[in-house]
Design a protein around this ligand. Structure first.
Ligand SMILES: [Zn+2]
Ligand SMILES: [Zn+2]
Length: 343
């Protein structure tokens, strides 16, 4: 059953997408050549990316909130752990006991909602030491809060299964704040087992600092934008990326919805909608970033509104190929990319 607010939202978005209907360009529906749907092992020398949450705070039955898995040799890293994402990690057969780090981009709830589950479930699966959780300053507060919320559960499991199976010393996380050297320089998070991770500032004000992350492994480059308005610094740090995984919001749809909320007297919803547009990136802006960076493939994630109709998919891709000549992929949960070594 739809609430009146949801119905209003649907009317608002529906009205505009009717105007936008034309045929969807074929390239927009193709996946990158590097996309596969196989279930081969991950420790094969390739750089792997699995999208484990391509949604946003807006309700979406098909998409978990923000989460991207990076697998490279013995490293298995999650970028963000939004609500519902741990289920996507587990059901896509990722090696959960080998989770080696979590990188948080910022602390909006849609990026941290499943942090507790990621820590608890990877420990239950057999993770043998505390997990490093990296992020902007403030990560200590977030990790401490989840540790407190899960402390009784941790006690139960040690009591029930014993220290041999569930060593308390391996439970939970070590919070590691990453302080950037400047607003434009990248800062090394870690370089181990061949995987180099660099953090850099993006523009999600008033959430500041908010980070994007660059991953380099055997000549391949993957960049995750985090949440950001169009960012020149992101374009700089995404230079030469094989995959640029970029958040996206269809601003004209959101503005249209805001106008409808305003006219119907729902001033709160109108204000929220207008505010959302100020700190995210439109598809054309993301395309400009990808073009500047000379990325090979642009992958949309954190997609607002949920692209659960051909009309919204079309709104996402309209005009993008005029700006960015590489491949464009509308990300979905469970989508996997395999990048063979380049050197
Ligand atoms: Zn955010
Ligand atoms: Zn977000």
């Amino acid at each position: 059953m739809k609430t009146s607010r949801q119905a209003c939202w649907l009317r608002a978005t529906g009205l505009l997408v009717v105007v936008l209907i034309t045929s969807i360009p074929s390239w927009a529906q193709q996946t990158s050549n590097s996309v596969t749907t196989n279930s081969a092992p991950f420790d094969d020398g390739q750089l792997h990316v699995v999208l484990c949450g391509t949604g946003s705070p807006l309700p979406d039955a098909n998409r978990a909130q923000a989460c991207t898995a990076i697998l490279a040799g013995s490293e298995f890293v999650l970028v963000d752990a939004g609500s519902g994402s741990w289920r996507k990690v587990a059901t896509n057969n990722l090696p959960v006991q080998n989770l080696s780090a979590i990188l948080l981009t910022h602390y909006h709830s849609d990026h941290i909602g499943d942090l507790g589950e990621a820590l608890m479930q990877s420990w239950v699966a057999g993770r043998s030491q505390k997990l490093n959780v990296y992020g902007p300053p403030g990560v200590e507060q977030v990790v401490a809060g989840f540790a407190q919320a899960y402390s009784l559960d941790t006690d139960y499991r040690v009591l029930h299964h014993g220290q041999q199976i569930m060593p308390r010393a391996a439970a939970g996380a070590i919070a590691t704040p990453v302080k950037l050297k400047s607003d434009t320089d990248g800062t090394l998070v870690f370089d181990r087992n061949g995987l180099k991770v660099t953090a850099f500032k993006v523009n999600h004000d008033p959430v500041s600092p908010a980070y994007g992350y660059r991953f380099e492994y055997k000549g391949r480059v993957v960049v995750v934008s985090g949440d950001t308005a169009k960012s020149d610094n992101l374009a700089k740090h995404a230079a030469g990326a094989d995959l640029l995984i970029h958040e996206v919001i269809v601003k004209n749809l959101i503005q249209f919805a805001a106008n409808n909320f305003q006219q119907s007297g729902n001033l709160r919803r109108a204000k929220l909608s207008r505010d959302i547009n100020t700190y995210h990136t439109s598809p054309l802006e993301a395309a400009e970033v990808a073009a500047t960076a000379k990325a090979e493939t642009l992958v949309f994630t954190h997609i607002v509104p949920p692209p659960n109709s051909p009309q919204i998919e079309q709104a996402l891709t309209r005009g993008v190929s005029d700006v960015f000549k590489g491949k464009v992929v509308i990300g979905s949960d469970g989508m996997r990319f395999d990048l063979p070594p380049r050197n």
